[in-house]
Write a protein that binds this ligand. Sequence first.
Ligand SMILES: Cc1ncc(COP(=O)(O)O)c(C=O)c1O
Length: 406
Amino acid sequence: MSSLPPESDFDLEALLAPAVAVLGPPTSLSPLPYDLNAGVPDRPSLPWQALAEAARVALEANAGDALTYGGVAGYEPLRAWIAERQAAETGLPITSAQITLTSGSAQAIDTIAATFLGPGDQVVTGAPTYPGAIRAFKARGASILDVPQDDDGLRTDVLESLLRAERSAGRRVKLVYVVATYDNPSGATLTLERRQHLARLSREHGVLIVEDDAYAGIDLDGPPPTSLYEITGGQGILRVGTFSKTIASGLRVGWVVSEPRIVQRLNYMRFDNGASPFVQHTVLAYLRSGAYDTHVTRLCDLYRERRDASAAAIVEFCEPYVTFKRPAGGFFHWLHLRPGLDAQAVFEAGQRHGVAVTPGPSYYPNGGGHEHIRLVYSALPPQELRAGIQQLGAALEEVAGSPRPK
Ligand SMILES: Cc1ncc(COP(=O)(O)O)c(C=O)c1O
């Protein structure tokens, strides 16, 4: 028998796809006592008993379909349930043919990138924006043009100038990706006026909107402004949704709502033999049990208490080193550091004080963000949030090099 050369003969670096070198690391959980970094839901409120019962109901009803391939678009009755909800919300006639179910909204974003973007293509995101979208777009070799955000979300006036400039230079922009409601990381919600402006710009320049609605339903101060999907009448837009924040991120059930011709292309491009039929059947049984709306209302009460407790602690322990605007929903505070304080230095000092936060640059596709940090309030109860933020205050004091002016 001939002997094989040793495994180390493989030059792994030379074999990797070019995208590997340009991607940032995926986020991870922190082992520190206070993890204000990972944007995860509250664990004790995960509805595991109701989901166990729903799984039993789903399997008893149709184990054969739940446990075999279900097609790429996903379980039709669940698509119909989502379509009905979205139709009631938007007043638009949405059908199950306009929906494809994905493994979380992460796969939805990745499939959109696979369908529309190749090397050298241009996509617009906010600065800051969701790092998962940055990864998905860069992995396809696309260039990201970033548009600043303020307290009211994406600066559509800047977007307008950018789109004009690109058009006069003969360059096409294919997509605008936006988390219009309770943005990750900025917590900002795009105002109605800016939504209308964005919809007009999309039409004028032939650019598709990707409306990532991952935090839909986590309404802490009443309902958000009209969705971009409704404003555009569902034309030229892909709306991405998920049950990750309102039921459980471990389910990995997300979706895209769009025009049938776009959904067909997404279904053509994805290669996964469909997301899990078992989980989709289970989720539908859970939704049909009637527990969902009460559960989401309870979650909103819980997250509102955490948002308010953390906001009060930031004022108590971190001002005047930071300024921030209380978000109307979602999971995040986005803190603006006082001039002279650097996000990386605050992050490192935070580590020494046992508190993990995320430095701003992680959210900027083309650099920047050194004057911001993101703080998650969803995962910990109020007393722990307060204790963690007290430690963050100590870290800020250390970086500032002087005791906090009271
Ligand atoms: C803005 C945004 N989009 C998408 C996702 C992906 O979520 P999932 O894949 O669990 O649906 C997240 C997760 O945190 C997010 O913050």
